[in-house]
Design a protein. Structure first.
Length: 94
């Protein structure tokens, strides 16, 4: 697990550019380094991945980037350490 950073921006265009800049900075030494974006919903993850790919400079690829909800991230981390996750729409039990 790497460093965690938060981004606070005023609008969607600024968010996209800030994410692209952050990805470039994080992958400067390893262009295939894994990065995870935590978003509010699966729909937002889908849209954000497409928006940052579209907003990236021509010829500039973005690789090994996943977007997931906080619940998905927690489930992935629990699975990594061998915990079973039971979830419902309103809560999660580990």
């Amino acid at each position: 697990m790497g460093a965690i950073s938060t981004i606070d921006v005023a609008d969607n265009a600024a968010l996209q550019q800030t994410i692209i800049d952050s990805i470039s900075k994080a992958q400067v030494s390893d262009p295939l380094a894994a990065l995870t974006l935590v978003v509010d919903s699966p729909a937002q993850a889908w849209a954000l991945r497409r928006q940052i790919a579209e907003a990236a400079a021509p010829g500039k690829g973005l690789a090994n980037i996943r977007a997931m909800t906080l619940l998905e991230l927690l489930a992935m981390l629990a699975d990594t350490i061998g915990l079973t996750v039971m979830s419902s729409d309103s809560d999660i039990a580990i």
